[in-house]
Design a protein around this ligand. Structure first.
Ligand SMILES: [Zn+2]
Length: 99
């Protein structure tokens, strides 16, 4: 990512004190209306054993966006789970895969 000087975010996994752990997911940015956080849409597949089929589901996850990561609506991003940052946020954007 960018230089240390550019990022003053204490909740940044690269330049701040935030530790990421647990799940890593890929998703698409669906909203950037909140300050320093984004709504990420994540598609996942559930195995329906009873019907021997897979079901596609979509989940919306709120994630923190560190200062050093620039996003647009529609960007493909990688998010990692971290400690709970607020009532709805326990993920942080760690990588932009496609702008
Ligand atoms: Zn940073």
């Amino acid at each position: 990512m960018s230089e240390k000087a550019d990022c003053n975010d204490s909740k940044c996994p690269f330049h701040g004190g935030l530790k990421v752990r647990g799940r890593i997911l890929e998703g698409r940015v669906s909203s950037l209306k909140q300050q320093k956080s984004a709504v990420i849409e994540v598609d996942y597949i559930v195995d329906m054993k009873k019907f021997q089929r897979f079901e596609k589901r979509r989940r919306k996850i709120h994630a923190h966006v560190p200062d050093c990561i620039k996003l647009k609506v529609g960007s493909l991003v990688e998010i990692s789970s971290c400690r709970r940052l607020s009532k709805t946020i326990s993920f942080v954007v760690t990588k932009v895969l496609k702008v």
